[in-house]
Each structure stands twice: as C-alpha cells, then as structure tokens.
Design a protein around this ligand. Structure first.
Ligand SMILES: NC(=O)c1ccc[n+]([C@@H]2O[C@H](COP(=O)([O-])OP(=O)(O)OC[C@H]3O[C@@H](n4cnc5c(N)ncnc54)[C@H](O)[C@@H]3O)[C@@H](O)[C@H]2O)c1
Length: 332
C-alpha cells in the first residue's frame, strides 16, 4: 500500500470519467467544485454515511452502480469520505468481480489514522458492528489534511481518541509527537507508521494487531446500547479507562500506573463517563453484544495494560467482569 501526502486539495482531485467514485454526501456538498472534472455524473455514487446505512442495502446499491458502469477488475474504485465510506467502498471493491482496484481518500481524522489503513473493510450486520467484511488493502491511500478544516469538533475528537489510544502501543512514538506539539500531519504520519507496523506483522488480526482494539470491546457495548448516540470516540475513550481500571483490579498494573494512564487521557480532555440512562440496557443486552465480539474463539480478547506502554491480550469468558467495570463509568 502506497501512502501519498498531498498539500493542495486540487492535487487530490485529478479525477476523470474512467474510474468510479463512492463519495460521502457531506464531502460532495462541501467540496463540490473539486469533483467538476468528473463530467459523467453517473460515475459518482453519493453515499449518506452513517452506521445505519453502513449495511447490506447500501452495498447492494453500490454493486448495482458498479454493474451499470460496467466496472471490471482493471477499473479503480475510489472511496472518498470518513471511515464509514471507505469501509463500505473497500468492501465493495474487495468483493465485486472478486476484487477491483481500490484507492482511498480519507477525509476524517479517524479515517486518516485508522480506517483507511491496514486493509479491514466491512459493513454492519444486524446489530453486529462490521459483522461482515474482508481484509483488502487499498493500492493507494491519499492523505490531505486540508479536509480536516471542515470537520466538526466532535468528529475531530473521535479521531484524536484513536491517536491517544495508539500512544499506548509499545511500537509507538506518538507520545513524543504529541508532547512536542508537532503539527497534525506529523502526528498522522506517526499514527499510520504505528498501525502499519502492527498490520504488516499480523494482517489478519490473529495476534499483535489485536492490541489496536484497546478500549474497543467496552466501546462496542456503549455504541450498541445507545444505538450509536454515544460516538465511537467517546465509547473508545471510556473503553480505555475501563481497560485501565480492570487491569488495576486484576493486579496487572499498580495504582501509580493507572493514574499515569488516566492523566494522559485527562490531558487530552477525553470523555470520563457516559449517561447512566444506558445502564439498564447494558445490563440487559451487554452479554449478547459481548458474545458477538468474540471474533476468533470462545473467549473475549480484552486488551488490558501490563504497564504504561505495555499491553496484553487477556482472554476471558466472564461477561460480568467486563460489564461491572463499565458500570463504574456511568455518570451519577
Ligand atoms: N477499517 C478499519 O480498520 C476501521 C478502523 C476504525 C474505524 N473504522 C470504521 O470507521 C467508521 C467511523 O469513521 P468516521 O469516524 O470517519 O465516521 P464517518 O465516516 O461517519 O464520518 C463522520 C461524519 O463526518 C462527515 N465528514 C467526513 N469528512 C468530513 C469533512 N472533511 N468535513 C466535514 N464533514 C466530514 C461524514 O459525512 C459523517 O457525517 C466506523 O464505522 C468504524 O467501524 C474502520
């Protein structure tokens, strides 16, 4: 996978009628003039991206769009937008005609540091986030931080949480990038380098790549019970706090280490609690959400702390252990 960094938006968009473009509807509206070089508008699929449309219905519409445009394996499918758009565009590219060429242009911070990197594609299935998907690496990812200028604060924070999460990985030098207040492009580069280091060793998520799931098992419960009203970033931030707390409770880390982790999360003003109105639902369906999170075997692979920049996979089938620690983060 090649990663290109572009300074100007016009450098990103040398787009023509030969390829097809799956574009987030907000990006198409905000940056409309950038798509003017695509004369044949039937080559554009405008996608209203949210977790509810990241589904089989939208995928079918995309397949039909690819069919109508007579796309074959030599054509390039562009996915332009946040992580939802790049995930579904990449999944369609990986499955249509058994695999078409794919270029991703992420437009959110989360998309730049995470979703477009490392080859995971997917759609949601029933209540399972990314329940259907594949591993398919884009031939190119084009990063242009100018897109971030139109991103809402909430969405920016969603991406920033993933950056802070990656700073806890042993492979990462993000802590110094953040401390030195390097510009966002330098921080993005280091986050991508960190993620690629793990995905190169373990593309199929069988071992070390799982460390990237820090905070996500807890986070998925919060996203699901709130029907995605709790944003991904908030859910993962609380998930990292829950992972740190459980690591302390299990004696994996000392109180001092727990406090260092908490201070790092506080320093970047990452969320500390969720609305307690979601508690009954967590108690009611938390177990079944967890069950769906068992990706590879009969146990949950919880990412816990063994130290500040030292993570471990803790295998457990104790639902209550997970649910109880999460309860501690309900606001009062
Ligand atoms: N494949 C992976 O490895 C991977 C990793 C992490 C997350 N993900 C997936 O990514 C998704 C979340 O991605 P996301 O946070 O980018 O959300 P998103 O795609 O929903 O984008 C967030 C919102 O921002 C808007 N938007 C996008 N770019 C914008 C811009 N430049 N200016 C203004 N608005 C803009 C979108 O229209 C949307 O409303 C989840 O579905 C998650 O499962 C995938």
């Amino acid at each position: 996978m090649k990663i290109e960094y572009k300074k100007d938006l016009k450098d990103v968009f040398k787009l023509d009628d030969k390829q097809v473009y799956i574009i987030d509807s907000n990006i198409y509206t905000i940056y409309k003039q950038l798509f003017q070089s695509i004369k044949n508008k039937s080559r554009i699929f405008i996608y209203e991206a949210n977790e509810h449309t990241k589904n089989y219905d939208s995928l079918q519409k995309i397949y039909s769009f690819l069919y109508t445009n007579s796309i074959n394996r030599s054509n390039i499918i562009y996915g332009i937008g946040g992580g939802i758009t790049t995930d579904i565009a990449a999944f369609s590219a990986s499955t249509y005609k058994r695999g078409c060429r794919l270029i991703l242009i992420p437009t959110t911070l989360l998309g730049m540091v995470d979703a477009s990197i490392g080859g995971k594609t997917g759609i949601n299935y029933n209540n399972i986030k990314n329940g259907v998907g594949s591993f398919y690496i884009a031939e190119k990812v084009i990063i242009n931080t100018k897109f971030l200028e139109s991103l809402s604060e909430t969405e920016y924070k969603n991406g920033f949480v993933e950056i802070v999460k990656m700073s806890f990985l042993p492979q990462s030098d993000l802590l110094s990038s953040l401390a030195e207040q390097q510009g966002i492009e330098a921080i993005i580069k280091e986050a991508i380098r960190t993620k690629l280091e793990l995905t190169h060793i373990d593309l199929h998520d069988k071992s070390s790549r799982r460390l990237l799931n820090l905070g996500h098992t807890f986070g998925h419960i919060l996203e699901s019970v709130s029907n995605y009203d709790i944003s991904h970033g908030t859910a993962v931030a609380i998930g990292i706090r829950a992972a740190a707390k459980l690591s302390f409770q299990k004696g994996f880390v000392t109180r001092e280490v727990l406090e260092v982790i908490e201070r790092r999360l506080d320093k970047y003003a990452l969320p500390t609690s969720f609305n307690s109105k979601y508690l009954p639902e967590i108690l009611r369906i938390g177990k079944s959400i967890l069950k769906q999170d068992k990706k590879a075997d009969d146990k949950y692979n919880l990412v816990l702390f063994n130290g500040i920049q030292n993570l471990t996979i803790y295998k457990t089938d104790e639902d209550l252990e997970v649910i109880n620690v999460l309860r501690e983060f309900a606001d009062v």
